[in-house]
Ligand binder design. Structure first.
Ligand SMILES: *[C@@H]1O[C@H](CO)[C@@H](O)[C@H](O)[C@H]1NC(C)=O
Ligand SMILES: *[C@@H]1O[C@H](CO)[C@@H](O)[C@H](O)[C@H]1NC(C)=O
Ligand SMILES: *[C@@H]1O[C@H](CO)[C@@H](O)[C@H](O)[C@H]1NC(C)=O
Ligand SMILES: *[C@@H]1O[C@H](CO)[C@@H](O)[C@H](O)[C@H]1NC(C)=O
Ligand SMILES: *[C@@H]1O[C@H](CO)[C@@H](O)[C@H](O)[C@H]1NC(C)=O
Ligand SMILES: *[C@@H]1O[C@H](CO)[C@@H](O)[C@H](O)[C@H]1NC(C)=O
Ligand SMILES: *[C@@H]1O[C@H](CO)[C@@H](O)[C@H](O)[C@H]1NC(C)=O
Ligand SMILES: *[C@@H]1O[C@H](CO)[C@@H](O)[C@H](O)[C@H]1NC(C)=O
Length: 562
């Protein structure tokens, strides 16, 4: 099998069942990435290393934020336990209750040895952050994730007690000693007149959704559970989801999906076809080929799909690549929006409908849930709609509300290319994959130009890996990886006047070498280079940064637009 992945399997085979079950949850050897010994003699004198993901800073209004510490928790042995809960009620001490920005901050420290752990944060069942922990060092690490959660506004300011749930399945024993000490804080920035203008509209446009939804319904699992609120999709026939009923005054609906892949499918883009595995007698190796599609259905009919970004978690491929610069998206996994307004005609009957997910070719396990963002008509309490056609994943429908009869056309276009070369009985692997994933939403009101928002995404991954058995349960692994996330957004007015909204180019290259003995990483080194460039109207941010062996070599940050 894939070179990088093979040791993982050997690893799993060596483990007692109970631990396998845990690893099964969220780990592979690729992530196991731990030093078996430390060479540092002054563990307590050395300051902790700060890890970070390169991304643009959140643009904040100039107002003073109200700070709300929501949760402090030490995640020790949390595996198989219920999510950690905090009571959430919007802050009453703020002078204003009109906020233009709400930011969630996760900050954590950890020391010792630990896997990278996937975790989620849900408010009232609505997922607001999916992330992966950083892997600690003996001398300790610290990192923080800041996320603009303003799009969940209606939920965040709801004047009632809701539960905020955090699930992070950690396991602590003599070997895996890292406990995650976590603070979760929210910052509420009161609206500033100036900020509420054209620029912020453009920013809304850039974020892919217009004004905030009036109501957000969770499509996630209910309590009680000893797990995350996400659904677990274990194979290609497994279908999970929920029954929902929406108010009859809805005139727009967007489904936001959170997706992450683990265990046998953590490196799905490198999974060989089953034929190859059979021919090489690799029966214990993850297969099903390198194509995956997350499909969303409404009452059994396809309404949209996601071809996910090939994220690499902080312990993936070679953990030394992601210290201190974390992999693209690993600290703040992208969520994906699907415009489902065209289907409102089918949903506005006051009856219950079934929203479900499945994953083409899935192997165990995918964590998926969704948030249904709904815009309500303030004047009509009843809207009516009709659905016209669905051809592949193109859909058109109309909704009549106090805004008039609005026809919405949503189109998703996908393309995919993967080439995989394997040699030396699966110990050498070269994968090159590109996904193009385009969404467009066109809205037409009577007697007005149509307006279209388009997003063109390109997800790239190139992986070279070579594992060399050194005997004595030791192997040497060389891995190079290129990871890219590009997105172009623009608006189209009428018959073709194009307005650029934003563009993002985010590219990482990494080269690593590691020596792994019995499941522990004993030595190695990783180098990473990243170029990040994000441009919007009157907004630009770029960063050119590289690191080697935990040290930043160069770091250039700019915000000048050409
Ligand atoms: C969490 O907050 C406490 C109290 O403010 C602070 O002492 C601690 O350093 C914080 N920890 C992290 C990881 O931010
Ligand atoms: C929230 O609800 C409480 C009790 O119902 C009420 O006293 C308070 O004024 C409300 N706060 C806001 C900001 O509406
Ligand atoms: C496009 O974005 C604008 C600005 O955020 C928003 O008002 C509009 O509803 C969006 N249009 C569509 C068709 O999604
Ligand atoms: C797929 O997963 C579901 C849910 O765990 C299970 O019921 C079903 O038997 C599995 N199907 C196959 C073919 O393994
Ligand atoms: C495949 O592997 C199994 C288990 O190691 C072994 O018993 C069997 O002989 C192998 N078959 C071939 C065709 O190599
Ligand atoms: C194999 O590993 C054991 C334990 O780590 C060590 O004592 C031994 O010297 C190693 N043998 C070789 C040939 O490297
Ligand atoms: C990034 O920095 C490296 C090292 O300083 C330099 O060689 C490279 O040209 C820079 N790239 C860009 C796009 O600025
Ligand atoms: C990495 O840096 C450490 C010190 O932080 C040093 O001891 C080690 O030799 C370096 N490794 C490589 C391969 O450069």
């Amino acid at each position: 099998m894939a070179s990088a992945f093979r040791p993982l399997l050997l690893f799993l085979l060596l483990l007692p069942l109970s631990v396998t079950a845990n690893l099964h949850k969220s780990k592979t050897l690729l992530k196991s990435s731990l030093f078996s010994s430390t060479t540092t003699s002054h563990l307590n004198d050395t300051p902790p290393t700060t890890y970070f993901e390169v991304t643009k800073p959140i643009r904040l209004p100039k107002t003073q934020p109200c700070v709300y510490p929501i949760l402090h928790h030490d995640f020790g042995y949390t595996y198989g336990k219920p999510p950690v809960l905090a009571e959430y009620i919007p802050p009453s001490h703020c002078p204003s209750h009109d906020f233009s920005k709400i930011v969630l901050e996760w900050s954590a420290t950890c020391k010792g040895r630990q896997f990278d752990r996937i975790f989620g944060i849900w408010l009232g069942g609505v997922e607001i952050l999916r992330s992966c922990t950083a892997e600690p060092r003996a001398t300790g690490i610290v990192w923080s994730v800041k996320k603009d959660i303003t799009r969940y506004y209606s939920l965040l300011v709801k004047n009632q007690t809701q539960s905020l749930a955090v699930y992070l399945a950690n396991l602590v024993d003599r070997t895996y000693t890292g406990v995650y000490h976590v603070n979760i804080t929210a910052y509420y920035y009161p609206a500033e007149k100036k900020f509420n203008d054209f620029e912020s509209n453009l920013e809304n446009l850039a974020s892919g959704y217009g004004s905030r939804a009036d109501l957000i319904l969770p499509i996630s699992r209910n309590f009680p559970l000893n797990d995350g609120l996400w659904f677990e999709i274990e194979n290609s026939t497994d279908t999970e989801g929920k029954e929902i009923k929406i108010p009859q005054s809805v005139f727009r609906a967007v489904l936001e999906l959170y997706v992450s892949f683990h265990e046998s499918d953590e490196f799905w883009y490198g999974n060989p076809p089953n034929d190859y595995l059979l021919a090489h007698n690799l029966t214990d190796t993850a297969g099903n080929g390198p194509f995956r599609e997350v499909v969303v259905t409404l009452d059994g009919n396809v309404i949209g799909a996601i071809w996910p970004f090939t994220m690499v978690y902080t312990g993936g491929i070679n953990p030394l690549l992601w210290r201190p610069i974390s992999g693209i998206g690993s600290f703040d996994l992208p969520s994906y929006d699907i415009e489902i307004t065209p289907f409102l005609g089918n949903m506005l009957d006051g009856k219950t409908h079934t929203l479900q997910f499945h994953v083409t070719n899935a192997l165990n396990v995918w964590y998926i849930d969704a948030n249904l963002h709904l815009w309500l008509d303030g004047k009509n309490t009843y809207t009516e709609g009709s659905f016209f056609s669905i051809r592949s994943i193109s859909s058109t429908g109309w909704v009549k509300s106090s805004h008039g009869k609005i026809t919405t056309k949503a189109i998703q276009k996908f393309s995919y290319a993967n080439s995989m070369v394997m040699g030396n009985n699966g110990n050498v692997q070269m994968v090159n994959q590109e996904i193009r994933f385009d969404d467009s939403v066109q809205v037409k009101k009577p007697y007005a130009f149509s307006k279209e928002n388009k997003s063109l995404k390109r997800f790239l991954i190139d992986l070279y890996s070579n594992d060399m058995d050194q005997g004595n349960r030791t192997y040497l692994s060389v891995a190079n990886v290129m990871l890219g996330f590009n997105e172009n957004k623009f608006g189209v007015r009428g018959a073709g006047f194009r307005m650029p909204v934003s563009s993002l180019e985010n590219l990482q290259n990494g080269q690593g070498i590691k020596v792994v003995k019995n499941k522990l990483l004993v030595s190695g080194v990783g180098c990473t280079q990243q170029k990040y460039k994000c441009e919007g109207n009157k907004f630009c941010y770029f960063r050119n940064i590289s690191s080697s062996n935990y040290t930043i070599l160069n770091d250039e940050v700019g915000n000048a637009c050409n």
